[in-house]
Ligand binder design. Structure first.
Ligand code: G16
Length: 539
């Protein structure tokens, strides 16, 4: 590794032209695409160092997911498909922000502090979303990888979950699946078709969905699934353009605005699905006879999956620890249902799939979902083994074998490496089909508390500091007392605030018993934030 080459290429071809501080946030670096060239170059270099440190292949995904088209970003993916280890987020932030003339010394320091053997070979898998800026940023990362003497495989335009899948398959020598896009589609489609078997247990279930692809990369993947699942699931795809990414469509828009995209021809009581710009989030919704909009978000998906798995575990006689992980955004109605009706342990962690994923690994079967539709299910190897044994054992009854086989097939439909909008959709469709449910039956399991999210622009969102899985604000001093005072006026009132890790805003969440009050709580809390945390008007 020639440190002077790394520095010179950086200085001359990918110079730092932005003086502000850029931070590795909830899901990597995410900001305006025009200031990211030097960051991508340096992340190419860092991916090589990380690959050497782990002696494994690392993933590099260029996307700003749910953000607008003008933004972009990059996240590094660790060998087991997890988000970059937290201690390396600091390293990434430091390398992204040093002056051009300090690149060489910083890289050398990282090597020495992390005890990296520079002779270890390094390899990076690259993917990017459909943003106009993504191709050039991919080239910047390739320049960094090459300058640091690493090798790379560029998969071009792919979804974020596909990148995670490819990293895991490569690092497990194919035991998780073939490290190709064909392998990804084949694995999920075959599992979906095999578990689906005969007809649904009731004619309420109609095998058809309307899918809003957010004008993003998910449209490409959805088209492929549509082809492979012909005769099993009819996927009508909307919002497939290469422009207007996430604009008035996509999972984030539907979740936050609580309306369907105008571009999706909703029909009464029909299942509609929205995914986000890089296809790692999914929400369902429908409109009833009175034109009322109903959202079935990540909480609903989590409870649907948890109920199905709990029933199969009971029937199979397997004694496996099932748990669910949520964040503060989880609707109080869902948490109450999980704890008191499903009687499944539930944990709350800070926002960011990395936190949920790690917590979920503590269970034999860990279901994790953010309310925004980001989540999956993870299984311990020992749990998978036990499920497979029961499904094949002559000591099991037919009912036990049947339940265990269904669990075994469900494992194959799930992309365990990360939240995957399309794999999650296939899982939801599998369960609705197995239960013979339409969207109303699914929704009838519990009532959501009315809720509202708003964004507040402040001068510096870093003045906000929280604790207790983001449920309590510790700074600015006095803000939590204000929030407590506001929510205490309303039955089942709850609100919290936190600085976004992907947008330059403070997020406010509010819920309470009466829909007429929820807007008032959100606006009152937002005003308190503006007053105490230096609010500025939203441009
Ligand atoms: C990313 C993260 C999610 C997080 C979301 C919003 O999603 O992967 O875990 O919930 O950002 O984060 P924040 O509220 O901090 O802005 P995505 O789909 O945008 O990559």
């Amino acid at each position: 590794m020639d440190f002077s080459v790394i520095e010179n290429v950086g200085k001359t071809q990918h110079p730092k032209t932005y003086d502000g501080h850029i931070q590795y946030g909830t899901a990597g670096f995410r900001t305006r695409a025009t200031i990211l060239d030097h960051v991508l170059y340096r992340m190419g270099v860092l991916a090589v160092l990380r690959s050497k440190a782990k002696n494994a292949v690392i993933g590099l995904m260029i996307t700003a997911s749910h953000n607008p088209e003008c933004d972009n970003g990059v996240k590094l993916v660790d060998p087991a498909g997890e988000m970059l280890e937290a201690s390396w987020e600091k390293i990434a932030t430091e390398l992204a922000n040093v002056n051009d003339s300090d690149i060489s010394s910083t890289v050398q320091r990282i090597i020495s502090e992390q005890n990296i053997s520079i002779n270890t070979p390094a390899s990076v898998i690259i993917g990017r979303d459909t943003r106009t800026s993504s191709a050039a940023l991919a080239n910047s990362s390739i320049a960094g990888i090459t300058a640091a003497n690493g090798t790379f495989k560029n998969f071009g335009v792919i979804t974020t979950p596909q990148l995670h899948y490819l990293v895991v398959c490569t690092n497990t020598n194919g035991s998780y699946g073939d490290a190709t896009l064909e392998g990804y589609y084949r694995k999920l489609s075959n599992a979906f078709k095999s578990i689906r078997g005969g007809s649904p247990s009731s004619d309420k279930y109609v095998p058809s969905v309307k899918l809003d692809a957010a004008n993003g990369v998910g449209a490409i993947a959805a088209r492929e699934f549509k082809k492979q699942l012909e005769g099993f699931l009819n996927i009508e795809i909307y919002n497939v353009a290469n422009e207007n990414l996430n604009h008035e469509c996509g999972a984030d828009y539907v979740k936050v605005q609580q309306v369907p995209p105008a571009t999706v021809p909703v029909e009464i009581n029909c299942r509609c699905v929205s995914i986000d710009g890089d296809a790692d989030r999914v929400v369902y919704y429908y409109v009833d006879e009175k034109a009322k909009f109903h959202l079935l978000d990540g909480d609903r998906i989590a409870t649907l999956v948890a109920g199905y798995f709990k029933e199969l575990l009971n029937k199979s006689g397997l004694n496996l620890k099932l748990g669910l992980v949520q964040t503060a955004y989880a609707n109080g109605g869902s948490t109450h249902y999980i704890e008191n009706v499903l009687k499944i342990p539930v944990a709350c962690v800070p926002t960011g799939v990395k936190h949920l994923h790690h917590k979920a690994l503590e269970f034999d079967i860990g279901i994790y979902f953010e309310a925004n539709g980001h989540g999956t299910v993870v299984f311990k190897d020992s749990a998978i083994e036990a499920i497979r044994e029961t499904s094949a054992s002559s000591d099991s009854s037919t009912a036990q074998k049947d339940a265990a086989s269904k669990l075994a097939s469900a494992i194959e439909v799930i992309n365990q490496t990360v939240g995957d909008a399309l794999s999650d959709m296939l899982l939801v469709e599998t369960i609705l089909h197995a239960n013979g449910w339409d969207v109303l039956a699914w929704e009838s399991s519990y009532n959501d508390l009315p809720n509202k999210q708003v964004k507040v622009k402040v001068e510096d969102r870093n003045v906000i500091s929280t604790t207790d899985a983001e449920r309590k604000c510790v700074k600015p001093v006095g803000l939590q007392e204000e929030i407590d005072k506001i929510v205490s006026r309303y039955p089942k009132g709850r609100s919290f605030i936190r600085a976004s890790g992907t947008e330059d805003v403070v997020r406010v969440y509010a819920e309470c018993e009466n829909s007429t009050d929820v807007e008032k709580i959100a606006q009152d809390v937002a005003s308190a934030v503006r007053r105490l945390a230096g609010g500025v008007s939203l441009s």
